[in-house]
Design a protein around this ligand. Structure first.
Ligand code: CA
Ligand code: CA
Ligand code: CA
Ligand code: CA
Length: 404
């Protein structure tokens, strides 16, 4: 992977590394919240898997949905949240049919098109959509059959009709549906994207949706190993594999996020690689073959056991972009989250810019999953950070109050 730079005529490797990010872009350290005094925290009795944030009850306040696959459910915690919460404080969204590991993946967006966010929950071989406002409609509106071990879910409008679509990544393909009613069979999906021939590793997760070329229509990003495939919307029917434009992300890809880093309304692409020390950024408009425009990396002090990029989240706080990057630090039995306040460009040295957030617990795997949302109800984004390994792997979700 070649060096990255804000300006094509000023190669990053000719600039002093320790001053480059600040000089170019004024990236700064936000006031980091104390991970040991969260505004709220969720403790459930089974291992945490994934979480999502959105207003699924329709009252204007963000809510938290936590996957509980060992309880065969997703747990809805209606915001605003405070203090310590358990299963007793949640509404349980169970499967209409008995299914193992229902709650493995959760996602939230308005895919029904009613104006209120809906909840998507997957199990080992199932997917169901709970229509928002969920408090008034606990029964799923969609069950999707014919899927096998869904590995990723992304909700975004890739067919361009103005309503978010449901994209499901499974082995060898991504299936999409623009309809959110009835019983869907993934073999009859309205959008079908098969792996390009040069993707040999199985076309695994992760996937993401967002508008990365700035034409106003959502696009699909699928990462596999060192390659990232871009499918530009509108996507409908069977999408030919040669429609993919390819980016090379040298170290591999284990997390992909499309988020607006610079506030211009288009989605920038961040690709993390678990076990590596660099997260690469492509600033929209993105096309196949382009080099990353920025990176976040341990330039001055790379640890041996980094899990940097275990998850990624982006939000706007005030007039700036704020990025949260998880680093589970596997061998240190800990974990931490890097918070940086943009604008970002060039090679950002995370050891000299930004702030680290650490919990007191040593054995935590703090740093995945990560999301932003206003769960305290004060209008400012909060950081929602999971620690999978805490409490003998029952896990904790901390709500760390913004602004940042
Ligand atoms: Ca709500
Ligand atoms: Ca759509
Ligand atoms: Ca687009
Ligand atoms: Ca808040």
């Amino acid at each position: 992977m070649s060096a990255v730079s804000c300006a094509p005529d000023t190669p990053a490797d000719q600039e002093p590394k320790d001053t480059q990010a600040a000089a170019d872009c004024d990236a700064s350290a936000p006031s980091a919240p104390d991970a040991n005094t969260p505004a709220a925290e969720v403790r459930i009795s089974d291992s945490l898997s994934t979480l999502a944030v959105g207003d699924v009850t329709g009252d204007g306040a963000d809510d938290l949905v936590v996957g509980d696959p060992y309880g065969d459910a997703a747990l809805l915690f209606a915001g605003p949240l405070s203090s310590e919460l358990s299963e007793a404080d949640a509404e349980s969204l169970g499967s209409a049919v008995s299914d193992s590991y229902f709650g493995t993946l959760v996602a939230v967006a308005d895919i029904v098109g009613s104006g209120t966010d809906d909840v998507v929950v997957t199990g080992y071989s199932s997917l169901e959509v709970f229509d928002g406002p969920v408090a008034n409609s606990r029964h799923p509106v969609v069950t999707m059959s014919g899927i096998d071990e869904p590995m990723a879910v992304s909700l975004g409008d890739v067919d361009g009709d103005g309503v978010a679509d449901l994209l499901v990544g499974q082995l060898g393909s991504v299936s999409g549906s623009s309809s959110a009613e009835g019983d869907l069979d993934s073999s009859q999906a309205s959008i079908q994207v098969d792996a390009p021939p040069n993707f040999t590793g199985g076309w695994m997760a992760p996937i993401a949706t967002g508008d990365i070329d700035g034409d106003g229509v959502g696009d699909l990003v699928v990462a596999e190993g060192p390659q990232v495939a871009l499918f530009f919307g509108p996507l409908q029917g069977t999408v030919p594999a040669d429609a993919a434009q390819i980016l090379n992300n040298g170290p591999g890809a284990s997390s992909v996020l499309l988020g607006d880093l610079d506030g211009d309304g288009t989605s920038d692409l961040l690709v993390g690689s678990r076990g590596q020390s660099t997260i690469y950024v492509w600033t929209a408009p993105v096309a196949g073959g382009t080099e990353p425009s920025a990176s976040f990396a341990h330039i001055s002090d790379p640890p041996e056991s980094t899990e940097f990029g275990s998850d990624i989240a982006v939000t706007r706080s005030g007039n700036a972009s704020v990025v949260a990057l998880g680093d589970e630090l596997a061998d240190h039995d800990a974990g931490r989250v890097w918070l940086g306040r943009g604008p970002f460009c060039g090679a950002v040295d995370i050891d000299t810019a930004g702030s680290w957030v650490w919990p007191a617990s040593g054995d935590s795997s703090f740093g995945s999953p990560l999301r932003f949302g206003d769960l305290t109800g004060d209008g400012e984004p909060d950081l929602v950070a999971g620690s999978m390994a805490e409490r003998n792997s029952d896990g904790i979700v901390r709500i760390l109050a913004g602004p940042f």
